[in-house]
Design a protein around this ligand. Structure first.
Ligand code: NAD
Length: 494
């Protein structure tokens, strides 16, 4: 089959650079479906200069007009929803249902950004001092960059650029080289929506493109989502070069199961949290902390649920429960982590390692796996696995569970399953995580709330999404004004 085109988008032109690139796979079949060009300093410079040139006119375009472009873009994303979801499934391996869910989350970010005229309202006070008025206005920054991971090919870019451009900035997106095709399609739809040339640009590549963005003097702000070591690198390098940076990193999320939890609902939620999107989610509930008698109640059901999950290709009409992981190398890393856990004394009680998918023998598959009796010192307990693997750890009481969860270097999500309000309240206040669920397994926030990772899950001050994203993509100016002789007299006098 012919490879899908994977052009850069610079100054309103779709350009296929003559660069050797990296293969883009369909993880369901193991086939190469595209080649992602490995852009570097030259491509980044061209895109940043185009974005800089487009900035003055876009900045001065009234917010209502910028919003209109986003309303049209929103409409087009809805109109091409199935095509976008198919692209996500094809290059990432998500099931159609998962792709739809993720693109919906992205769509909500466009919808939120459509409210930009009111989101940009500033504070205002007349007669702050005698005859002096004071106004806060929120101004765009200039050229902003977005660097995104493989696991949400459409949603994560949509976390960034709709709000950035709504605020009056211009944007350069560097999507993951593993899943560049959804970003290309989003760019085509934004172009069709009437976004002026140079306002939005796409440059493909890996480390060289990222480093060029982080050091380019015209880039004012960088939004990053990816693994923790790269998030730290992006934050350190970007801030050292004078840029505002928000960098989301990896995670290890704990789900506490109390002995009084509703078993059926808890198992259903645990299975979705651990195995949804084949575990390739920064909000995956990858470790169950079973308190007291909870383990004996939950574990047999959980094993049954894991074994019932049908794995298969997501690029055809009949859909499996779970798709492949992103690459063969990633699958092998997950296998190694599970084997390491076993060597260190953990017990694999549902084993998806040998899964066979007859209709797609070259796909990158792993079955749902449950590892019991995981201990805190084990590598599998500390490292982000990012695959369909659920660790189970047993704790005597809620205190011990919170203490263990709080030892994590990360701080993205945590959840508790219980029917006891006091336990839930204590957990939500004491657990060291920025997004907490009470009987909600994946407490990932939606567009209007910030995505509040803590510690090694986030570097920066202002998070992605919600009002914090408006603050991130703007800077405030406070204007104090006095007009001599401007006494309005008694306005109430008839
Ligand atoms: P990754 O860190 O490998 O890649 C992310 C981006 O960084 C890509 O665009 C990639 O090209 C670039 N990159 C990779 N290596 C680089 C290097 N050495 N120097 C500069 N840039 C480099 O992440 P991934 O594997 O694509 O995504 C999975 C990770 O993302 C997981 O750790 C997951 O938890 C995390 N993630 C976090 C969130 C969140 O909001 N906290 C959301 C989604 C994914």
């Amino acid at each position: 089959m012919a490879l899908a085109p994977c052009p850069n988008y610079i100054a309103g032109e779709w350009l296929t650079p003559r660069l050797s690139g990296t293969p883009v796979y369909n993880p369901s079949t193991g086939e190469v479906i595209a080649e992602c060009p490995a852009g570097g300093a030259a491509e980044v410079a061209a895109a940043v200069e185009a974005a800089q040139a487009a900035f003055p006119a876009w900045r001065d375009t009234p917010a209502v007009e910028r919003a209109r472009v986003l309303f049209r873009f929103r409409h087009l994303v809805e109109q091409h929803f199935d095509r976008l979801c198919q692209t996500v499934s094809r290059e990432h391996g998500k099931t159609h249902a998962e792709a739809r869910g993720s693109v919906f989350r992205g769509l909500e970010n466009i919808e939120y950004a459509c409210g930009i005229p009111t989101l940009l309202f500033g504070d205002s006070l007349r007669n702050l001092a005698r005859g002096v008025d004071c106004d806060t206005i929120h101004l765009p920054l200039g050229v902003c960059a977005g660097i995104t991971p493989f696991n949400f090919p459409a949603m994560v870019p949509l976390w960034m650029f709709p709000m950035a451009i709504a605020c009056g900035n211009t944007f350069v997106l560097k999507p993951s080289e593993k899943v560049p095709l959804s970003a290309v399609l989003l760019g085509q739809l934004l172009e069709e929506a009437g976004c002026p040339r140079g306002v939005f640009n796409v440059v493909h590549g890996g480390r060289a493109a990222v480093d060029a963005l982080l050091t380019h003097p015209l880039v004012r702000a960088v939004s990053f989502v990816g693994s923790t070591p790269i998030a730290k690198h992006v934050w350190e390098t970007g801030t050292r070069h004078g840029k505002r940076v928000q960098a989301n990193g990896g995670a290890k999320n704990y789900i506490v199961v109390m002995p009084d939890a509703d078993i059926g609902k808890t198992v259903e939620n645990l299975a979705t949290a651990a195995f949804g999107c084949a575990g390739e989610r920064c909000m995956a509930g990858s470790t169950a902390l079973a308190v007291g008698a909870a383990a004996d109640r939950v574990l047999p059901e959980l094993v049954r649920a894991a074994r019932a999950i049908r794995v298969g290709p997501t690029d055809r009409a009949a859909q499996p429960d779970m798709g492949p992981v992103i690459t063969a190398a990633h699958r092998d890393r997950v296998l190694q982590l599970v084997a390491g856990g076993e060597q260190q004394g953990a017990k694999v009680v549902a084993d998806g390692r040998g899964v066979k998918v007859a209709e797609a023998p070259h796909g990158f598959y792993l079955g749902a796996t449950v590892v019991d009796q995981v201990q805190p010192g084990m590598t599998i307990a500390r490292e982000e696995v990012f695959g369909p693997v659920l660790n189970v750890m047993r704790l005597a009481n809620l205190d011990a569970a919170i203490e263990l969860a709080n030892q994590s270097a990360y701080g993205n999500g945590a959840a508790i399953f219980t029917q006891n309000g006091a336990a839930a309240r204590e957990f939500t206040l004491r657990v060291k995580a920025g997004m907490v669920g009470v009987n909600v397994g994946v407490p990932a926030t939606m567009a209007m709330f910030p995505f509040t990772g803590w510690d090694e899950s986030f570097y920066g001050d202002l998070h992605i999404q919600g009002k914090e994203s408006v603050q991130f993509y703007t800077r405030p100016k406070v204007v104090s004004s006095r007009w001599f002789g401007g006494d309005v007299g008694d306005v109430w006098k008839k």
